[in-house]
Every structure is written in C-alpha cells, then in structure tokens.
Design a protein around this ligand. Structure first.
Ligand code: SER
Length: 566
C-alpha cells in the first residue's frame, strides 16, 4: 500500500537509477537571497547552478524539498492547495533535455506508480512572439503513446522567473484525473531586467511534482486531506470541536484552513522564526491568527498545540521538528494567547463604539484594526452578527489599507522565489567572507562561527558568536584588514571537494546544516576559506571600500554587524 514514505523512496530510487544524485532538503528560509521570504520550489536553492555554475554533485540532481507557498494562502480551503508542501523534483543542469525528461516522468508514472497511460493528459506551450510553440515536447509525448495533448498559453505553460529576473522557460504539465501533478520546465531562457529573454549558458530541466496531490491520486481520493499526511490533524480538529469534517461544505473548508495553517506554522517555527510584524515572522503570525480565527467559528479555544501534536508524528523524518518541538509548541501557545487578548480588547472597544448606535464609522473601523489589531474580516463579521451598519465605502478603504500594509510588510516577496544574484549582492557576499575571517583574526578567536547572514543589494548583515561589544579600535582594525584584502586584489577561487576534505582543509562552514557529500569551497587568496554555494566576485579588487555601519547584540553570545561597500 502506497504512503508518503514509500512514494518519496520510490521517487528518489527511480531517479538514482537514472544517475541522479540526491541533494539535501534545504532550510525553508533562503540563504543569501533577500528577494524571497521562503523557499517556494525545489529549484530555488539551485538558482546559481541553473545559471551555469557547476554543481558539486554533478548535472543530474533529485530531491524532496519542503516549500512554503504564501500566494496560495487565500486559496487554502479547497481540496488541493496548501501553504506547506513537499515537492519531489529532478533536474538536469545542462545535461539531458526534453526527450529524457518526458521519458523519465512517464516511466515513473506508468511503470513505478502503475498509473495507466490512458489516465494521463498533458499540456504544452502554444508559443508567443518571444518563444516558439513547443512541438518538440508534443512529438515526444505522442511517440510515447500519450494521446491527450493540449496547447496552452503563457499563463498556464510557462514557469518563472518568480522574481523580476531569472531563469525561466516553457513547461509541459502532467495531469492525472484532471489534477496537475507534475511540471517539467524547460529552462533555456533568462529573463533580464528589461523583461527580455536571453538564452542561458545551458539548457536545464527543472521538474516539480506535488507530493500531496500525487499521494491523493494514488490512493484514489479527490481530496488531499483524506490522505495520511492530513487526516490525523483533521481527526484532532473533529475531536476538539465535536464536529464532523464531512458535515457540510463550510465546516470542511474551515477544518482544512486550520489544519493547513497550523502545519505551515509548525514548519516555520521549526526554522527558529517567531511570530512578529515583519517578513517571515509576519507571515507566521498571520497563519496562526487566521487558524485561531477559524477555530473560533467551531467554538474552539486554546487548541493550537493539540492540533499541532499529530504533525510531529506525520513528519517524524524532519529532525528540526523533533529538536525544536518544545519551543514550537510554546510559541504557538503564546501567539494564540496574545491574539485572544487582542481580540478581547478589540471586542470591548467594538462594543463601546457600537453602544446605542447601529453604525460604525470608517474612523472607528480603522482604529479597531490599526490600534487594537482587530482583524478586518472580524469587524465585518461582528457587524453582521450584531446587525450594525458599516459604511461599505469606509470599510473598503480600511480593507485596502490593510492589504497595502500586508503587502508592504512582505515587500511583494510572497511570490518571489529566485535568488537575487545582482552585482551588488554578489560583492557584499564576498565581503561577508572577508569580514568573518577578519573577525577571527582581530578578535583573536578562531572559534568564532557565523550564526546567520542576510544580504540585500544595499548592505550585508552577519551574525557571529562573540560575547561582548567590539571596541572602536577593533572595528577600525577589522575594516582595515578587510580593505587590505580588497587592495591586494585577491583571487576568489571555487573548488569542489568531499565535505571531509573541506573540513580537513579548515574551511569554515555552518556544520549544523546539511551539506551534500560534495561541497564547493571558496578561497579568497590565502586569507579565507569557506564552504558556500556562492555566487562571488572573481577578484576582491571589484569590491570598493568596506565600511561597518553598525555593531550590536542580538542575543546572548551573538553579535551582529551591518556593513556596506562604498
Ligand atoms: N519550478 C517548477 C514548479 O515549481 C517545477 O519544479 O512548479
């Protein structure tokens, strides 16, 4: 009998037999990529390699990758959209092209998963003024005996770039029982800043198969939530709310939203993110609060940690869930309590506003929302419940404001999934390596380790282990040492080697993170050596003048430096 574990095993084994190397499931928070809040596809950690950099494990890769898709939050509630998904993917980095890609997909579906050919339908790109009709894929499918082939436009059969620029190309999508389960993208283009397509150095294949959907289909369910990766969570909601999942459409939808949001929250919390008001923290807060709000509709209170419990069992293969379980549950509970207090205060204020009146003004609406954190949807619901009028126009204004704020908080980055390998982030990335080494030397502490980094086109941020404030003199010495390396025009060289060898050579790395068997190591002259995926400049002379703009504490034993290149 098929289940999640077996499906993953079968997929990895199949592609291993086709000479693919398994790459690790990357953390949900992209590294060195300020353009995206979360990893949203299996290809995301591979962007530098799709752009032409050599991958240490070779040209054929396969993975199971955890992803968060925040664009789908509003769609959650149907049978097949989720915020947290696991994606099975295989890649060719300038190796095989359409024929093998399609052949492998079909072989896996029909011979390993035993899906009859006649149940498979595919779509191909119909072409536009920038890129031709994909008759090559059509012919391959036809030759392999697939009869149901449809040509569609850019909206359906084109993937990427997720940000403004990046690799992209036409795709062919595979449907079983009218559900799209697999997307094979033929990434031969790079979309540049002007929106024009250029050919990439190499032709890549990027495929992504939705584990949740495929599992449901194999089990003969039309509803993903009936599979074993959802049902224990739904059962827990049924138990607490004393309602039935199948009771009616509304209840089904509510239970799906709660299960989805709590699952995604558990995985985000496992990355060390806590609820807050910006970036990933804001998405997390929004998910937890939305789950609590929907829980209220089922008269559930203080329920998030009980709903989270089965998630640890379903995904027991994720170490980060096991290790951080206590903290995850604590944070969930805290946020639920915080939100309950917010709601209580907001409700009190609402009653005051509405007392003896049957109308709420736009200003009051704003105040409830902005100062009391009372969700806009709840203001509307409360008004309906208590038969209080609210000016539609005012409400819409408040709602628009709300959307604007949420959008700003996440800077349009819900959608973005591509590494920002712009010139300035690349330079700052190399500067960060120089900084780490300079810290070790000037502070005379070789045991200093990097605790985190975040690079935007404007500045670099490096967190490192150290227990006290740096003196003015030390900061100056660090700046001077980095600038000396820049003036020395050190060559930046990338070498691939087994992880063991990298460690032996004393390369720095974040060793609590998963690396593949083979890693790339960047050396900057004789000054620094780090395990890293890049990208980096070729020579430090490209960097300009290095300047530290801030040094502060970010917790016990961790300091943070922000620096720029002038
Ligand atoms: N990048 C494509 C997707 O996310 C295929 O992996 O669908």
């Amino acid at each position: 009998m098929i289940n999640r574990k077996i499906l993953i095993e079968k997929y990895l084994k199949f592609f291993k037999s086709k000479n693919h190397k398994i790459i690790p499931n990357a953390p949900l928070i992209p590294e060195n990529d300020p353009s995206a809040l979360f990893i949203s596809a299996g290809m995301h950690p591979l962007v530098p390699f799709l752009l032409g950099q050599k991958h240490p494990l070779g040209k054929r890769l396969v993975s199971i990758q955890k992803c968060i898709r925040t664009t789908d939050i509003e769609e959650v509630g149907d049978n097949c959209h989720h915020t947290f998904i696991e994606m099975l993917g295989n890649w060719s980095l300038g190796d095989y092209w359409k024929k093998n890609s399609i052949k492998y997909s079909l072989e896996f579906l029909t011979e390993i998963l035993k899906i009859p050919k006649k149940e498979i339908k595919v779509t191909c790109f119909k072409g536009d003024k920038n890129s031709p009709k994909d008759i090559e894929s059509e012919k391959i499918w036809k030759d392999l005996g697939i009869k149901k082939i449809e040509f569609l436009g850019k909206k359906e059969n084109w993937w990427g770039p997720v940000g403004k620029t990046g690799p992209c190309g036409p795709d062919t999508e595979i449907f079983v029982k009218n559900i799209e389960i697999w997307n094979n993208v033929f990434m031969e283009y790079f979309q540049n800043k002007e929106g024009k397509l250029e050919f990439l150095k190499q032709k890549n294949v990027d495929t992504g198969m939705g584990l949740e959907r495929t599992l449901a289909i194999l089990k003969g369910y039309e509803d993903n939530y009936l599979t074993e990766i959802w049902m224990p969570i739904i059962k827990k909601i049924e138990e607490i709310s004393k309602r039935k999942y199948s009771e009616n459409k509304e209840i089904t939808k509510i239970m799906r939203i709660i299960a989805d949001h709590i699952k995604a929250s558990v995985f985000i919390l496992a990355e060390g993110i806590v609820p807050g008001n910006s970036e990933q923290s804001y998405v997390l807060r929004r998910l937890i609060r939305r789950a609590v709000r929907y829980g209220k509709k089922l008269n559930m209170k203080n329920f998030t940690i009980s709903i989270a419990e089965p998630i640890f069992k379903i995904f027991e293969n994720y170490e980060e869930l096991k290790t951080n379980k206590k903290k995850i549950l604590e944070e969930l509970k805290k946020e639920e309590e915080r939100f309950s207090r917010t709601l209580e205060k907001g409700l009190n204020r609402f009653q005051k506003f509405a007392k003896d009146k049957n109308e709420l003004s736009g200003k009051q609406c704003f105040l409830l929302y902005q100062s009391f954190g009372f969700p806009i949807e709840m203001i509307e619901e409360e008004c309906q419940k208590q038969k209080i009028k609210i000016s539609k126009k005012d409400f819409e204004k408040a709602n628009k404001e709300h959307q604007k704020i949420s959008r700003t908080a996440t800077a349009g980055r819900f959608k973005s999934g591509l590494a920002d390998s712009s010139e300035s982030t690349t330079k700052l990335h190399t500067a960060a390596h120089l900084l780490l080494q300079a810290l070790k030397i000037i502070l005379k502490k070789n045991s200093i380790v990097q605790k985190g980094s975040n690079i935007t086109p404007e500045r670099l941020r490096l967190d490192f282990s150290f227990s006290r404030k740096l003196t003015k003199e030390e900061i100056e010495k660090i700046e001077n040492l980095v600038n000396a390396q820049i003036q020395n025009s050190c060559e930046v060289i990338r070498k691939e080697m087994p992880l063991k060898e990298a460690k032996k050579q004393g390369a720095c790395g974040i060793f609590d993170k998963k690396y593949g068997d083979k890693v790339s190591v960047y050396s900057i002259g004789n000054f620094s050596k780090e395990i890293c995926t890049g990208p980096h400049v070729k020579n430090t002379c490209e960097l300009g003048k290095f300047k530290i703009i801030k040094e502060e504490s970010v917790g016990a034993g961790i300091r943070r430096i922000k620096a720029i290149l002038e």
